[in-house]
Structures are given as structure tokens and as C-alpha cells.
Design a protein around this ligand. Structure first.
Ligand SMILES: Cc1ncc(COP(=O)(O)O)c(C=O)c1O
Length: 418
């Protein structure tokens, strides 16, 4: 039995190092194609040429970021702050607070429809607080439109100039050559210490793992040594099995299909938006997520917008989300105005959709069909409400079709959860 245990644990150990090697190979550009000593492994090119090391950690993105911040703490004992261009996603924010740091939120600037990094504000904050008191700049690549990936190159240059570490949240950016290119360029022209990506978002495996990667081998090893105790091998095993079954070409094919699906989704969403007197927001710097305005549903304190969101949710359209105007949310003691929209006052309510890895034409078609149905129903209700003023149409009895019944159910669920 004891012998069996030893055998099993060494099997797990070798599995861990296997998968570490495989994920290393995944994030590394094929230097001189065909010259890899591990050529037989499912090598996938994603665009980061010069990564030095990486490992799979059995925690999702948020906690993995926390581990990175905690590792940096030892190197920068005077540091108290993390400079963070705003992204409205709770775990990103919590990852800094959990590590014991004070996030310094840098509001994004509106350029056309896009929300982009305010580089002047970042640099001014660095000078105001003093580089020693800053643990790192925490930037983000993959995000919901109309926010677009941070200006990584320029942030990396600021980090290099002021000798401040740079941690990149690349949660679902591994599947996008544009996000990976940003990281490669940032590391080339300036400073990127570590970038973190989710396993489930990039490899279609269950939630619970991430890849921590970087350009300095010893720093990445330091992060891996910070992990206290043993861990589940499941995330490594899941990704290993997935990669072995897909193979290198299978994964590359999925990456290519995702890009095609993004183009298809944007074409279809644009058509749908225009048919409903809305428009697709112009966000050319976002390679994964799209946004369509919901101006015509914006009245009544955004009730119709949230109604649409709950209808989509109950119809299992899980990838889409609606963003009403003016929602306020407090996360770990910090209050965000206009939460979900990455800015205090975005000009209009909107709906997000994304082309994620594994998406097929049928998925886009089904999404557009369901969205269209829901939009029609909400618009119909809204028109009726404006004709019969003073009557709450959602509580009307009789003459209800299936869609309307579902709408009522959504409304009840929505009320209960407020
Ligand atoms: C940009 C971004 N960062 C971090 C996270 C958190 O990921 P996880 O649930 O893997 O911690 C998400 C989740 O959607 C995200 O979109």
C-alpha cells in the first residue's frame, strides 16, 4: 500500500511537471519551427516569443493574481498601493484587496465609443504616490467592450522608467493573438513581470486553474514556491487531457475558428442592432467582446434593459449581459458608479456579446435568434406600456403567450434578487 502511495504521488508529480512543460510550450512562440526538443507535444503558437517560465496553479484567475501580489510584497516592503486602470469585474478588484493592498483606481478615458487607459493619470499617480510605495501596475488585456485592452506597451514603459513591477491580467486573452501580441510587445519595449490567464476561459476545462507566466524564470519560480501546501491535480489533469485530445492542430484550429466567429458575430449583431434602431459600438481594439447600444430601452430607469438581461439569462443565453445606466456597486468597501460599464457615466445602456473559444456558427445563430425574440418582446411590452399609461403591463392577466409568461417569471425573479 505504501509503495502504491509513493508510486501514485510520483505519478502526480510527473503529471504536474508534464503539464507545466506543456503549458510552457503553449505560451512560448515556436522558436525556429520544428526545433523543439519536445516537438511531439501539442505545441500551440499564441504569440509570446520570449516567455521564460510558467506553471499551472490550481486556483482561478483572481486568486492567482493574489498569489503574484503576495510574492511581490517581499520585494517591495514599503509598497501599499496597486495602480489599476479600472475594469468592472469584481475578482480583479478583490484580488488586490485580499492581498492586503489598496487599489488606486484610474478611470478610463472615452475615445469614440471605446474606453481606454488614461496614461497621463497613471503617470501622475505614480509621481504623486512615489514609486516605492507602489507594489505594481495591474493592467488588463481581455475585457468586455466598450473597454478595450489596456495600452500595455505604454504602461510597460512607465513601469520600466519608474522601476515598478507590472502584473497583467490576461484572464481570457490567451485565445486572442492580439492580446498575446500586446504582452509580447510590452515585454519587448518595457516591463512586464507576470501575466495570468484562466484555464477554463482559454482551454474549455472546468473552473479552478490558471497559468502564471513571465519573462524572468526565477521570479516565476518564486511565485510558484509561495503556494502553501499541496494542491489538487485536477486542473492540470483536465488541461493535459484536453490538449492531448485536441492536439496542437486541434487547438490552433479552435483559435482560428474563434477569430472567424468574432467576425461573424459582429456582422450578425450589427444587422440585428440596425434592425432595432440601435448600433454596434465601434470598439476595434477589443478582439473578443462586442457591444450593441440599448438606447431605445434606456427609459424607465433601465427597467426594460434589466428585463432583457433576465430574459436572456432564463433562456440560457449565458454569454451575453446587459449594462444599464447608473448602477452603483460597492466592492470590498469601494463604491463604483456606473458599475459594469468600466466608467462612471457611459453615454448609453448596452448589451455585450463575446466570441469565445469553442463557439460555433450554430451558437451565434441561436444567440441572435433568441436575442431578437427577447428584444421584440421587450419592445412590444414597452410600446404597450407607453400607450396604456399608468397600467403595469407586466402584471396584466390573460392573453399571454409563452414569451410573455417567461417575461413575468423573469420579472418575479428579478424582484426577488434585488
Ligand atoms: C477580466 C477578468 N479578470 C478576472 C476574472 C476572474 O476570473 P476567475 O473567476 O478565473 O478568478 C474574470 C472573470 O470573468 C475576468 O473577466
Amino acid at each position: 500500500m505504501a509503495g502504491m502511495k509513493v508510486h501514485l504521488s510520483s505519478f502526480c508529480m510527473s503529471l504536474q511537471s508534464w503539464i507545466a512543460t506543456i503549458s510552457w510550450v503553449i505560451v512560448v512562440w515556436e522558436k525556429g519551427k520544428g526545433e523543439w526538443p519536445l516537438r511531439w507535444l501539442p505545441v500551440v503558437t499564441t504569440g509570446v516569443h520570449s516567455v521564460a517560465n510558467c506553471f499551472v496553479v490550481p486556483m482561478a484567475t483572481g486568486m492567482s493574481l493574489t498569489l503574484c501580489f503576495l510574492t511581490l510584497r517581499h520585494k517591495r516592503p514599503k509598497a501599499k498601493y496597486i495602480i489599476w486602470p479600472r475594469i468592472d469585474q469584481k475578482s480583479c478588484f478583490k484580488s488586490m484587496v485580499t492581498a492586503g493592498f489598496e487599489p488606486v483606481v484610474i478611470e478610463n478615458v472615452l475615445e469614440g465609443d471605446e474606453l481606454r487607459t488614461d496614461l497621463n493619470a497613471v503617470e501622475a499617480k505614480v509621481q504623486e504616490l512615489g514609486p516605492d510605495r507602489i507594489l505594481c501596475i495591474h493592467s488588463t488585456t481581455s475585457c468586455f467592450a466598450p473597454r478595450v485592452p489596456d495600452r500595455l506597451e505604454e504602461l510597460a514603459v512607465i513601469c520600466a522608467n519608474y522601476d515598478i513591477p507590472h502584473v497583467v491580467n490576461n484572464a481570457y486573452g490567451l485565445q486572442s493573438s492580439k492580446c498575446m501580441h500586446l504582452i509580447q510587445q510590452g515585454a519587448r519595449v518595457g516591463r512586464i513581470d507576470v501575466f495570468v490567464q484562466s484555464l477554463d476561459k482559454n482551454f474549455m476545462v472546468p473552473v479552478g486553474g490558471a497559468i502564471i507566466a513571465g519573462f524572468n524564470d526565477s521570479f516565476i519560480q518564486e511565485i510558484s514556491k509561495m503556494y502553501p501546501g499541496r494542491a489538487s491535480a485536477s486542473p492540470s489533469l483536465d488541461v493535459l487531457i484536453t490538449l492531448l485530445s485536441l492536439g496542437c492542430n486541434g487547438y490552433k484550429k479552435l483559435l482560428k475558428e474563434r477569430k472567424e466567429m468574432f467576425v461573424y458575430l459582429s456582422t450578425e449583431l450589427k444587422k440585428l442592432a440596425e434592425a432595432h434602431n440601435e448600433r454596434l459600438l465601434q470598439t476595434p481594439h477589443n478582439p473578443i467582446s462586442l457591444a450593441m447600444t440599448l438606447r431605445t430601452l434606456g427609459g424607465q430607469h433601465g427597467k426594460a434593459v434589466t428585463q432583457l438581461g433576465s430574459m436572456l439569462f432564463t433562456r440560457q443565453v449565458s454569454g451575453a449581459r446587459v449594462v444599464p445606466l447608473g448602477s452603483v456597486q460597492t466592492v470590498s468597501g469601494y463604491t463604483f458608479q456606473g458599475f459594469m460599464s468600466h466608467t462612471d457615466n457611459y453615454p448609453c445602456a448596452y448589451l455585450n456579446a463575446a466570441a469565445a473559444i469553442g463557439m460555433k456558427t450554430q451558437d451565434v445563430d441561436l444567440f441572435i435568434k433568441r436575442l431578437e425574440k427577447c428584444l421584440n418582446t421587450v419592445e412590444k411590452e414597452q410600446n404597450k406600456a407607453s400607450v396604456v399609461s399608468g397600467v403595469d403591463n407586466y402584471n396584466r392577466a390573460g392573453d399571454v403567450d409563452i414569451e410573455e409568461m417567461a417575461l413575468k417569471l423573469d420579472s418575479v425573479l428579478g424582484d426577488k434578487h434585488q
